[in-house]
Design a binder for this molecule. Structure first.
Ligand SMILES: [Zn+2]
Length: 219
């Protein structure tokens, strides 16, 4: 065993410990929030914000696991637990919309979102940069397919949380159509995202996840 293999094992061990701690913490906050709601205690913003993050991560993980993206499923949105994202989240928690919107309204920008989109590759905003061509305008670079799929899983989870029992397979598609004019997306990324959202709307979750597993991630 050389020094390299020791340090590699050490890093792996630390990662496993970190993931286990976050998971136990997730379960703890979900259970403790449920019991605080049941006992009629006043809702605390910080606890509800954690509950929202944990619930969202759980849904995205379920979706990612169904297409075989286990690592991304577990690590999705992990930066939301860093103080720079967590503290504004506690402060601007709304319940019915993103705390980033409230922070933007109050400060003119959202420090939590700027940190988040710079570290999470499943966000199309991560891939925006100056074009090497022409006058070097900002453009959306081509996203690796595995992150387009994670973005698709993320959008499904957000629609399910937002629409609750009214959710149907066409909601993520409708949300995309309403916002697509404000996106900077590479044509290939746009085509794949639209293909998946259309398939979900027309053929449902099971068929779309199977298609992603067999065809999209094998490309
Ligand atoms: Zn995210």
């Amino acid at each position: 065993m050389n020094i390299n293999s020791i340090s590699q094992n050490d890093i792996k061990y630390k990662k496993v410990v970190l993931i286990s701690v976050v998971f136990c913490y997730n379960e703890y906050t979900i259970v403790s929030t449920q019991s605080s709601l049941e006992s009629g205690e006043p809702n605390m913003k910080w606890l509800n914000h954690l509950k929202t993050i944990n619930h969202h991560k759980k849904l995205v993980m379920q979706h990612c696991f169904r297409v075989g993206l286990y690592r991304q499923g577990i690590l999705h949105d992990m930066s939301k637990y860093s103080p720079v994202e967590l503290l504004p989240g506690f402060r601007y928690f709304q319940g019915n919309r993103s705390p980033n919107d409230a922070e933007r309204k109050a400060k003119g920008y959202s420090s939590a979102w700027l940190h988040h989109k710079g570290r999470n590759k499943h966000h199309l905003e991560y891939w925006i940069d100056y074009s090497p061509e022409g006058d070097h305008p900002l453009v959306g670079n081509r996203m690796p397919v595995k992150y387009v799929v994670e973005m698709f899983c993320d959008r499904m989870a957000a629609s399910k949380t937002y629409r609750k029992e009214l959710y149907t397979d066409r909601d993520p598609f409708d949300y995309y159509i309403n916002s697509k004019n404000s996106y900077l997306l590479h044509p290939d990324t746009k085509a794949l995202l639209e293909e998946l959202l259309t398939m979900l709307k027309d053929q449902g979750e099971t068929a779309t996840f199977a298609y992603i597993r067999k065809h999209v991630l094998k490309r």
